[in-house]
Structure formats: C-alpha cells, structure tokens
Design a protein around this ligand. Structure first.
Ligand SMILES: [Zn+2]
Ligand SMILES: [Zn+2]
Length: 283
C-alpha cells in the first residue's frame, strides 16, 4: 500500500462514486481493495466498480483486454468471472466497515453489442450497467492516437450528430442504467475544433432527452473532465441543467477514477449538482 497515494477526506460523509476503474481495466492502477480503502478515506458510503468491457469486433483501434491477475486476457464474458468474485468478496469485507461495494461494468458501445450484454447479465448479477460511447465509425475518438484520425473526417456538427445518434441507439436497447460521460467528444474535441464544438450538441438534445426519459436511462455527472484539462464536467453543467429540467434522471456522480487517489475526484464541488447525492447504484 506504501506506493498508493490516498485522497484527502471529503468534508461531507455519505456520497457515492458510481464510476471507478480498478486494475482489471488495462489503463488503470490500484487493486479493488486499494480503491475501497480510498473510498473509506474519502468518507464515501458506496463505491461502484465499472471495469471496461470493450469487445467491438469491428474496432479499427487496438484490441482491448481485461487484466486478470496481471495478465491481459480477451474481453469475453467468461474472463470477467474473477473480477465479479473479487468485487463481491470486497463487498463482504468492507460492508462491516461502513462501505457498500457494488458490481458494475462500463460496456464500450457498438451496434450489435446487445447479444454479449445479454450473455453477461444472464451470467452475472450486475448492480449497474454503464454504457460508454468511446468509438464512432469503429474508431476511438477519445484516445490520444485515435481522435485526430476520426476528427479529420468531420466538422464539429457532424461529430455531435454522429455521437448523439449512438447515444439514442444505445438508450433504445433498454439495456443500460446510465450513459457514461455524455458529450465525451469534448475531451479532445475542444482542442481540435476550439470552442465551436461547445454548442454542437444543441440540435440533438431534445431527441436524446426524450429517448433517455422513455427508456428510463440516466446520465451521470462525470468529473474526469477536469483531469483532462476541461473547465467543466461531462456533460457540461448547462447540459446537466437542461437534462434535469427535461426530466432526465441525473442522479449519479462518477469520478471515472483510474487510480485510488482519484476516487471521489472533485466531489467537493460536484455533489452540489446532485439533488440526492446519497442515492446509490442499486436504485
Ligand atoms: Zn468511458
Ligand atoms: Zn470509465
């Protein structure tokens, strides 16, 4: 534990972090137990693990893996078993210490993923299914290498149109509790297109909100945008407010932590945006 930096305690108790990547995600560091210790240190009441599951057979990016006991294994439903067991074991261990530990997953969206998601939910009893839209036209638009390859082909309006078309398609499957980091194209898009991309979502918001409401799919407030150098969250506060006004479920806070010190990242400020910040993943 000595090389793990622990986060500072939050001034308030009882918040929930619904989006955390322990080292079963190949881009994350820190074990499930180290994340749970960090959550306790941060005064959280609950942590939900949402390991990446990227299995798009048509991806034009790198093949993705799940890291199991230090080994990169293919993203198959079967290979998730040790992750599921480890989260459940942590739930038993940390509950007496005042921390609820939930089993979630962040499924990388692609058209046709319904079958593998059904296989996954039949086999494991997930508390929380998060839909992460990271690829458009089978190209990752958020990686350092991929985004220019994708953005070079489109203007800001076309990127937003493509992105929200996939949000609507994902919500219509009725499989997911929540769409992760809405408007994630801003991560690299602001640098690429400058501020012109900040309003590109406007023509698509109403249809997106209508679909989210009809399918009871929520959105999260994802604070990782500040770590990516943005001055706002995913989605920006003006979209959060518009979504809530329209009737979209916006009750989840997610740090998208990829290391224990990022657990509950910026929740000091973000918790003010959630009407019931104690609401946990199971609801
Ligand atoms: Zn994501
Ligand atoms: Zn994530």
């Amino acid at each position: 534990m000595s090389d793990i930096i622990m986060p500072k305690p939050l001034p308030m108790e009882g918040l929930v972090d619904c989006h955390c990547h322990c080292d079963y995600s190949i881009d994350a560091t820190g074990t499930i137990e180290q994340f749970c210790e960090a959550a306790l240190q941060r005064n959280l009441a609950e942590i939900c693990f949402t390991t990446h599951f990227d299995a798009n057979p048509h991806t034009q990016g790198d093949i993705e893996y799940i890291r199991v006991k230090g080994q990169n294994l293919p993203t198959t439903v079967e290979n998730l078993a040790p992750y599921v067991d480890d989260v459940r074991a942590a739930a038993d261990k940390f509950y007496p210490r005042g921390l609820s530990v939930k089993l979630g997953i962040e499924i990388g969206w692609y058209r046709g993923c319904e079958e593998i998601v059904a296989e996954m939910t039949n086999r494991y009893n997930f508390d929380y299914l998060l839909c992460g839209i990271h690829e458009l036209d089978n190209i990752c638009f958020c990686s350092r290498h991929g985004h220019e390859r994708f953005f070079a082909r489109f203007n800001a309006e076309q990127v937003a149109e493509k992105y929200f078309t996939e949000v609507i398609a994902a919500a219509r499957t009725d499989l997911f509790d929540t769409i992760a980091h809405l408007a994630y194209y801003l991560r690299s898009g602001i640098e690429y297109y400058s501020d012109s991309i900040l309003d590109a979502h406007r023509p698509y918001l109403q249809d997106t909100f209508d679909t989210l409401i009809a399918t009871e799919t929520g959105i999260e407030i994802n604070t990782s945008a500040l770590r990516h150098g943005l001055k706002d969250y995913y989605p920006p506060v003006k979209i959060i407010n518009a979504a809530r006004k329209a009737g979209v479920d916006v009750n989840f806070l997610g740090s998208d932590a990829h290391s224990p010190e990022q657990v509950g990242f910026d929740f000091e400020a973000a918790s003010a945006l959630v009407p019931d910040p104690l609401r946990g993943c199971e609801e």
